[in-house]
Design a protein around this ligand. Structure first.
Ligand code: UTP
Length: 228
């Protein structure tokens, strides 16, 4: 299969960890990616996480507009991709800036890593667009929650988790979220629309190294939501 993995920055780097813990975590994710790449062609889009949010927050304080904030977020996603590239076998260490370069690099590499591309959306949308462009069979969205809920599970205890959703149902749920730079919806609206228009089978799941392997096999019981 051809798989695109959207790996949230906070999923990859964790929160409040020491440098040693971060590097161990990066190695554990790289190990799953290396294993998946033995069977599949893999593209990984890395998110910005806490560091992106800190830069965006400070830039806003200094009067930056949203597009400028987005550009700063994109730089951080690319830095995170560079870090992961150090531990992923047969991946280019120079991170492609657009989809055409990513596709070209995939001809000679088992795994291609990239960060964000354009202002105005998150790496979820980047991953969905890349999945569309490379004709991916599956889009894996590794997040900090165990699937798509009817409401934000961190804010509402009545939020219901879905095992399965149609493309239309996903859009209905995601439409209620926000779109500011650095905001953390489980998957952004643009990503949902791209997934819908190209009918890309997608799994939104709790991003751990082990779950990435499970989600690729379609085994998401208790860890995520399948959208198809
Ligand atoms: P993400 O919000 O995708 O990072 O990008 P993330 O790591 O997935 O977020 P967490 O870890 O799940 O919380 C960070 C910011 O970079 C900008 C946006 O401002 C986004 O909020 N960005 C990223 C873009 O403008 N375009 C892109 O293609 C990617």
């Amino acid at each position: 299969m051809r798989i695109v993995l959207s790996l949230g920055g906070s999923v990859l780097m964790g929160e409040g960890l020491s440098q040693k813990e971060v590097s161990e975590r990066v190695l554990a994710f790289a190990d799953s990616i290396n294993r998946l790449s033995e069977k599949h062609t893999l593209f990984v889009v890395v998110g910005g996480g806490r560091i992106a949010r800190e830069y965006i927050g400070a830039a806003r304080e200094l009067g930056a507009d949203e597009t400028y904030c987005d550009y700063m977020g994109i730089e951080i996603t690319r830095l995170n991709a560079m870090l992961l590239a150090l531990a992923v076998k047969n991946s280019p260490k120079i991170i492609p800036e657009d989809f055409k370069s990513a596709l070209e690099l995939s001809l000679n590499h088992a795994v291609v890593l990239m960060g964000g591309t354009f202002p105005g959306h998150t790496t979820d949308a980047t991953a969905a667009l890349l999945a569309e462009f490379v004709g991916a069979d599956l889009l894996l969205n590794a997040t900090s929650v165990d699937g798509v809920y009817s409401d934000d599970p961190k804010k509402s205890k009545d939020a219901k988790r879905f095992d399965k959703l149609s493309f239309e149902e996903l859009i209905e749920i995601v439409s209620r979220g926000e779109v500011a730079a650095g905001s953390s919806n489980v998957i952004d609206l643009l990503a949902s629309k791209i997934i819908q228009r190209s009918k890309i089978r997608t799994v939104v799941f709790l991003g751990t190294p082990e779950n990435i392997l499970r989600a690729a096999e379609g085994d998401v019981a208790g860890i995520g939501t399948i959208i198809e």
